[in-house]
Design a binder for this molecule. Structure first.
Ligand SMILES: NC(=O)c1ccc[n+]([C@@H]2O[C@H](COP(=O)([O-])OP(=O)(O)OC[C@H]3O[C@@H](n4cnc5c(N)ncnc54)[C@H](OP(=O)(O)O)[C@@H]3O)[C@@H](O)[C@H]2O)c1
Length: 247
């Protein structure tokens, strides 16, 4: 599939990226900005968000904004306040990339701790649910809006020891499908991406012994991210697409 988009495909769009301080989210923010978007960088570590901000600014792309938020503790009101800030500062929101996640603990099912389960479900699922509810009114006002979730290969088929993370990604795909079905007659297109093994901190934590040079980089998988945010991808709705499909 050819996922190419125009150089200015995201011109004048305002796009919120969660987990924009590292890994895939950082690269997505930079790539969206490179294609003309004003990106809102959400994450928990301000220093990392500032690095993303600086890279975007130094490249001469549209000036981004930073929203520091720890999704582990964020309440419904925090997300509603955030949306008010976005509306007052930018007057619009055209897209959301739900990217922030944690891996939790890779362990046998019977050893999954309740606290670890709660943390993964809070950050990977409930935070996305609350954020999605909060942004919907603004997305409805946009002429061509996007919501892109992030799944995983273990969100399609469960795998031993991937416990809560796998369950959270099944929930993510479920959330995407429910929303896509509800929003099918609207201006909002809803999809998910499974990045596949990608050279990031999370991947290194999950597979510490592998040779990371053999993995795709976040930049390598950007064409699909750009396509689903851009006008070129408008026909796609309710799908979870593998960024690295098996050949
Ligand atoms: N890399 C892969 O091979 C792979 C494969 C399949 C799916 N995925 C999915 O792709 C997405 C990105 O993964 P990645 O590999 O880029 O991971 P990563 O390098 O660990 O980056 C995750 C990002 O999420 C942020 N984050 C984590 N907890 C947060 C919280 N409580 N509040 C706000 N932000 C938080 C992190 O912020 P800090 O930097 O401040 O911690 C970081 O910016 C995830 O949804 C992941 O499940 C990745």
């Amino acid at each position: 599939m050819d996922y190419s988009v125009a150089d200015n495909a995201l011109k004048d769009k305002v796009i919120l990226v969660t987990g924009a301080g590292a890994g895939i989210g950082k690269q997505a923010a930079i790539s969206f900005a490179q294609h003309g978007a004003t990106v809102i960088l959400l994450g928990r570590t301000v220093k990392k968000l500032e690095q993303t901000y600086d890279e975007i600014e130094q490249a001469g792309y549209p000036q981004p904004a930073i929203i520091p938020l720890d999704m582990k503790g964020a309440s419904k009101q925090n997300y509603l306040d955030m949306v008010d800030t976005i509306e007052s500062q930018f007057g619009r929101l055209d897209g959301v990339l739900h990217n922030a996640s944690i891996l939790g603990v890779i362990s046998p099912f019977d050893q999954i701790g309740e606290d670890s389960f709660d943390d993964v479900m809070q950050i990977n699922v409930k935070a996305q649910f609350l954020l999605s509810q909060a942004v919907l009114p603004l997305l409805h006002k946009a002429s061509d809006a996007r919501m892109v979730f992030t799944s995983s290969t273990v969100g399609h088929v469960g795998r031993a020891f991937w416990g809560t993370y796998a369950m959270s990604k099944f929930a993510t795909e479920g959330m995407m499908q429910v929303l896509a079905d509800e929003l099918s007659d609207t201006n909002i297109r809803v999809n998910a991406i499974n990045p596949g093994g990608t050279r990031t901190g999370m991947r290194a934590k999950a597979f510490p012994a592998e040779d990371s040079d053999l993995l795709k980089t976040p930049l390598d998988i950007m064409p699909l991210y750009l396509y689903l945010m851009a006008p070129e991808g408008k026909a796609i709705h309710g799908q979870c697409i593998d960024a690295q499909p098996k050949k």
